[in-house]
Design a protein around this ligand. Structure first.
Ligand SMILES: [Zn+2]
Length: 301
């Protein structure tokens, strides 16, 4: 049985484990992401290589897959930019390979999650899909005809298209999807309008359902923003399925999926209306995807 080591570097937590060739994630462990002035990503490289070597020594791994957030150029093995973690143009794959005693696959967290949902999760059976984790931020993974589309790391930045709500965004633009529909934006917009900070987007969803008018309006804008962005995506890419993940998807079928399906369908006419389904792999998707990339690397050698 072949198995690989899989590591997902998140904005706050690093998740690591062993992925077997049945797609099972085993021996998982987590560590806080070293955050601070890390423009050369040294602290992250230290932590990831230590975790990879420990897991490989204990359980055996034929290769290691590592995924990180931000703009990632898989072809060149480059961490181009990470807003959260502060690095720029770091030759991550090379730095990791120097420290890890196994072949290293390097990629992007959201695209890895998309790959995992496509092969093992909610996208099974579809050749093309859009994977949209909606959490603190919003980015998309685009799987076309079975392959993850990267465009040098620049594809999938759906969070910063104007969906028409005049909300200013930290990126400098106005009306961004992320400024209206991300979990953080929903909480922030509710706080601004209601004068009270909610526990999070889930509380706003619950309040909307119980008839709180401010929450209804904020939640409705969030769904409207998503419907707008997904109508564009469905028209341009025609994915068979849109897989919604991240914290917002936990808000559930009644609060999120059904109204989103309705409002998306209302924005499409003759175009193919994609299925909209919840992700199946939860917060394991990135880690499982990192492992799948490591298996792909072994296969290509
Ligand atoms: Zn923006």
């Amino acid at each position: 049985m072949t198995q690989v080591c899989a590591i997902d570097v998140g904005g706050t937590t690093v998740k690591a484990g062993i992925l077997d060739d049945h797609g099972q994630l085993l021996h998982t462990t987590t560590a806080p992401t070293p955050i601070g002035r890390d423009s050369d990503a040294r602290a992250v490289v230290d932590l990831v290589s230590t975790l990879a070597n420990q897991l490989s020594d204990r359980h055996g791994a034929a290769a290691v897959g590592v995924v990180v957030p931000g703009i990632v150029d898989e072809a060149r093995g480059l961490g181009v930019w990470s807003q959260n973690l502060g690095w720029r143009d770091v030759p991550m794959r090379e730095l990791l390979a120097e420290r890890i005693g196994a072949p290293v696959a390097f990629g992007h967290d959201v695209r890895a999650g998309g790959l995992a949902e496509a092969r093992l999760g909610a996208g099974r059976g579809h050749e093309s899909l859009l994977f949209l984790p909606v959490g603190t931020g919003i980015a998309a993974a685009i799987v076309l005809d079975g392959r993850c589309y990267s465009a040098g790391g620049w594809a999938g930045e759906i969070g910063h298209v104007d969906v028409g709500y005049e909300q200013s965004c930290y990126c400098g633009l106005r009306g961004c999807l992320e400024a209206v529909s991300s979990g953080a934006a929903i909480a922030r917009r509710y706080a601004a309008k209601a004068g009270r900070r909610p526990a999070g987007a889930a509380e706003v969803a619950a309040l909307a359902l119980s008839g709180d008018v401010v929450a209804e309006s904020v939640w409705s804008d969030a769904i409207g923003g998503l419907a707008h962005a997904l109508a564009w995506s469905a028209s341009v890419l025609a994915p068979g399925v849109i897989v919604l993940g991240g914290g917002l998807a936990d808000a559930g079928q009644r609060r999120l999926l059904n109204p989103l399906r309705e409002r998306l369908a209302a924005r499409l006419s003759y175009q193919r209306v994609p299925e909209v389904v919840p992700a199946e792999l939860g917060d394991r998707a990135g880690c499982v995807g990192a492992g799948l990339m490591a298996f792909d690397l072994l296969e290509s050698r």
